[in-house]
Design a protein around this ligand. Structure first.
Ligand code: OOB
Length: 524
């Protein structure tokens, strides 16, 4: 596929010879007893046999509509059975979805459809009070809009149902899907994941996490996020014949009754949800005793809540430090509690190559010191999709991905995340590229210049503060949010607070000093 950077041939041959890359494709992931429940979503309960049938019928329906191997499709569905069915149908067709999040709006979706040259855009009718058909109407150039629910002038998903037909099998080396990067620049980047690298990602994860056909995995994060999808996620669960239960959100009100009713054994959450659960478990009446493992990742979990999880929730904790770009670090189930509580795990694969370097010189730092994490391996991308300039900066000449994360490596190989060397805000696991938000803010008529920083927060890890230099009367926080809503910017990117200043502090070379901006808040 044009715009995709493959692994060098010698490395690819090695990953095949050493068994990291097999011959499977993502459409073949569900492997369960036909009579066992594969998927629970709302009132729907599908056995493996029923799930298979629905996937094949939907794949045939999409084919009849004209979706073919290699076509890109922007998929934006919430945690519903349709997400799982459509995703796997696209895998069988070999038509890679771009996994947008339900929170994305015109600004993100318009850009993604254009960059991917999407042939179709798949949405719910309404979800969480928002009408996605309105968003679809504001787009131009997408041939098919497919709607789960009331389709209005668009194609109803329910009509994409046809007798299964033989389909051309994708090549395991093909791009299977595109994940979105958290981003550090103006626009989010597309991360191509091949069938064989993602199959390895999810099967190796399922093994490390001890998933079996007895696993009941509760999805509370957006299913379109790598963590909930394949680390081991819903796909890892389906690959071993377990049961996937979809929850609309991670709030204790939504998740706890499902844990009790379905006897869920595993769940993946971000730190703010883990904190909520720790609180809620002390007064809630639901029976959480089925829970065996809570995976926490996406942002750093503090040691204090980490140490409370086993006692309060009655399950093991696993810290997960991962990225859509590839590399996954997990604490192991049998690691000593000290490592589980204080580290973010060690690499999933023996073939993951890790370097910890001085971000300024690129030289390896002495063992045990903090530096930027660079990585290369059988499931880490070699380049963002159609982004040659960005790739030149994001990768070393020999193909290591610069994660922008500052880590310390322990003798055991476990990594401790110590900070960040990238202009990004991690708001409770949701990533905001400072430059992207600054670009939107500067477009406001009363804003002359903008600089966005993450302010430490005990619950969210960080909250977003926008420093503004005004042009005339500065806008209020509420006006800024309304402005961003009107521009179609996803709400998790909206600032939590604004600070108006006369001018920005600068570094000796004239760049805005975000450190000095943060220090101004400390003093206030
Ligand atoms: C996951 O993926 P992304 O792509 O949303 O974000 C990746 C970035 C990392 O580079 C790092 O900055 C941060 O999120 N991060 C963590 C972390 N897990 C992710 N920082 C500190 N501690 C952690 N445990 O966030 C993601 C993907 C797969 C599995 C889990 C998380």
């Amino acid at each position: 596929m044009e715009g995709f950077t493959p692994w060098p041939e010698e490395l690819a041959a090695r990953y095949i010879a050493e068994g990291y890359w097999g011959d499977h494709v993502l459409g073949e992931v569900p492997q369960g007893d036909p009579d066992r429940v594969a998927l629970v979503a709302g009132d729907e309960r599908l056995t493996y046999a029923e799930l298979e049938r629905r996937i094949d019928r939907t794949a045939a329906g999409l084919h009849r509509l004209g979706i073919r191997r290699g076509d890109r499709v922007v998929l934006q569905l919430p945690n519903t059975a349709s997400f799982v069915i459509v995703f796997l149908a696209l895998m069988r067709l070999g038509a890679p979805p771009v996994l947008a999040l339900p929170a994305h709006r015109h600004s993100e979706i318009g850009y993604l459809c254009e960059l991917a040259e999407a042939k179709a855009y798949i949405i719910p009718d309404r979800h969480a009070g928002y009408d996605y058909r309105e968003l679809a109407r504001s787009l131009g150039g997408v041939e098919h809009v497919i709607v789960d629910g009331e389709a209005a002038e668009f194609t109803p998903l329910a009509e994409l149902d046809a007798d299964p037909i033989p389909l051309e099998r994708p090549d395991p080396a093909d791009v299977g899907l595109f994940l979105l990067s958290g981003g550090t620049t103006g626009l989010p980047k597309l991360i191509p994941r091949t069938h064989r690298d993602y199959v390895y990602n999810l099967t190796a994860s399922a093994e490390v996490c001890g998933f079996t056909s007895g696993t009941v995995y509760l999805v509370v994060l957006p299913a379109a996020h790598n963590f909930a999808l394949a680390c081991p996620g819903l796909l890892g669960t389906l690959s071993v014949g377990g049961t996937v239960v979809l929850a609309p959100s991670g709030s204790p009100d939504a998740a706890f009754p499902l844990i009790e009713r379905e006897r869920a054994t595993v769940c993946a959450v971000v730190p703010p949800i883990a904190l909520l659960w720790l609180d809620a478990a002390t007064w809630s009446e639901e029976d959480l005793s089925s829970l065996q493992l809570l995976q926490v990742g996406g942002a750093k979990l503090a040691t204090e809540p980490a140490s409370k999880i086993p006692g309060v929730l009655g399950c093991k904790l696993q810290q997960v430090f991962g990225m859509a770009e590839g590399l996954l670090n997990y604490t192991r189930l049998d690691d000593p509690p000290e490592l589980i509580e204080t580290t973010q795990g060690r690499p999933l694969s023996p073939a993951d190559e890790i370097r910890v370097v001085d971000p300024d010189t690129g030289e390896d730092v002495p063992e045990g010191e903090v530096g930027e994490l660079l990585t290369r391996g059988p499931y880490t991308l070699r380049g963002y999709y159609k982004a040659p300039e960005h790739n030149a900066r994001s990768f070393t000449a020999d193909g290591f991905y610069r994660t922008g994360d500052l880590v310390r490596r322990l003798p055991s190989g476990h990594l401790v995340v110590e900070g960040r060397h990238k202009d990004q805000i991690n708001r409770g696991g949701e990533k905001i590229a400072a430059e992207e938000l600054e670009g939107h803010l500067i477009a406001h008529p009363a804003v002359h210049d903008a600089a966005v920083v993450g302010v430490p927060d005990p619950v969210m890890g960080e909250r977003t503060c926008a420093f503004l230099v005004a042009r005339g009367t500065p806008p209020t926080l509420r006006e800024v949010k309304e402005f961003l809503r009107d521009r179609g910017v996803a709400d998790y990117k909206w600032p939590d607070r604004i600070e108006v200043v006369d001018a920005f502090p600068r570094t000796p070379v004239g760049k805005i000093s975000k450190k000095a901006l943060l220090a101004m808040l400390d003093k206030a």
